[in-house]
Design a protein around this ligand. Structure first.
Ligand SMILES: Nc1ncnc2c1ncn2[C@@H]1O[C@H](COP(=O)(O)OP(=O)(O)OP(=O)(O)O)[C@@H](O)[C@H]1O
Ligand SMILES: [Mg+2]
Length: 334
């Protein structure tokens, strides 16, 4: 693992809010607000945060599915905004997405073989016999039998359908994969199989992942680094073990304290920190630190000034991150 593979610089995505027949713009939702981060070659960067925090929007902006409002994405040394349509199409092959619900992303009227072969044909990589052989190879790679090619998506279980979704993403030999909640819709036992498949593929095919999730047990299993998102911004980012052992943002601390611990001895004695209220709408973003209305440690400065991420390997956007772990440990009920 070495070097930066994807560099995201101050990326913002705002959606207009319109009113009336003329769809006059009356405001905007900043779903992603000046996010900067880098993804290293070969790692799995996990993006975690509550529903509505902007995870999917950030992923789509990174992949240039929709243009960002401002900011830059540099993919393997190339600024995506500088490319013309043809160049963008060529580089797109290297960036693929795996979705939460494979059923809605697989055409129900197409056989699995045709679904997996489609991107090969679209990108002009294989056709005819060569495409059929490649589909066979991809099915084996994701642990499906060769005759799966003849069947339709509805004939498969959820986990098998996710394998089809992964095979289709891999067909064009990408090197960067965004997996948006790829196991959230699956049973726990199936989740483990898909996660270990993703992990095996990452090593074998030298892939880099941006993995979106909200289940901390899943994140802990798959991530090498974790970025915590809150209302469109990264509030903490660190190596996986460091983040789980030494969270420093009050939001991260509360997320971790709410997740069950597999060891019953720890579970019995550990402390929980409940958050007040729900994540606000990004339309009405609180001033200063957006987390302050829910933060038990908020002081005046937090209501006035927005903290930026600071720190190198373990970066936190909180005015009180130095004291937060000790203060919260002392304050939370046993
Ligand atoms: N096309 C759009 N138009 C207007 N607002 C949008 C659009 N897409 C997303 N949003 C808003 O942007 C915010 C972030 O949404 P996003 O889907 O990125 O969150 P998320 O973290 O992926 O949530 P979830 O965990 O539910 O998937 C939300 O407030 C959402 O309503
Ligand atoms: Mg989402």
């Amino acid at each position: 693992m070495s070097g930066v593979f994807v560099e995201v610089e101050s990326l913002t995505k705002a959606f207009p809010i319109t009113a009336g027949l003329m769809r006059r713009k009356v405001g905007e939702v900043r779903a992603v607000d000046e996010v900067s981060l880098s993804i290293r070659r070969g790692e799995t960067l996990a993006l975690v945060g509550e529903s509505g925090s902007g995870k999917t929007t950030l992923a789509r902006a990174i992949l240039h599915v929709e243009p960002a409002t401002s900011g830059r994405v540099v993919f393997d040394g190339t600024d995506l905004a500088a490319l013309d349509a043809g160049q963008l199409r060529a580089i797109r092959r290297r960036l693929q997405m795996v979705f939460q619900d494979p059923y809605s992303s697989l055409n129900p009227r197409m056989r699995v073989g045709a679904i997996i072969a489609e991107p090969l044909v679209v990108h002009g990589l294989r056709s005819g016999r060569a495409a059929i052989d490649e589909v066979r190879r991809l099915l084996a790679l994701v642990g499906l039998p060769p005759d799966a090619a003849e069947r339709f998506p509805h004939e498969f279980s959820g986990g098998q359908r996710q394998r089809v979704g992964i095979a289709r993403a891999l067909a064009v030999t990408p090197d960067f994969i965004v997996a948006d909640e790829p196991v959230s819709a699956l049973d726990v036992s199936i989740q483990a199989q898909i996660l270990s498949l993703l992990e095996e593929l990452r090593e074998r095919l030298k892939l880099t992942y941006l993995f979106i999730g909200h289940d901390l047990a899943v994140i802990r299993y798959i991530a090498t680094r974790v970025a915590v998102m809150y209302l469109g911004r990264i509030v903490e980012i660190a190596d996986r073990d460091d983040l789980f052992a030494r969270p420093r943002h009050p939001y991260t601390i509360s997320l971790l304290s709410a997740a069950p611990v597999p060891d019953p001895r720890i579970e019995a004695t550990r402390q929980r920190l409940a958050l007040k209220g729900e994540i606000p709408s990004p339309v009405a973003r609180p001033a200063g630190c957006a987390f302050h209305p829910r933060c038990p440690l908020a002081v005046d400065r937090c209501r006035r000034e927005r903290p930026d991420l600071s720190g190198d390997r373990h970066a936190v956007a909180c005015w009180r991150s130095d004291e937060a772990p000790a203060l919260l440990a002392a304050a939370s009920p046993r």
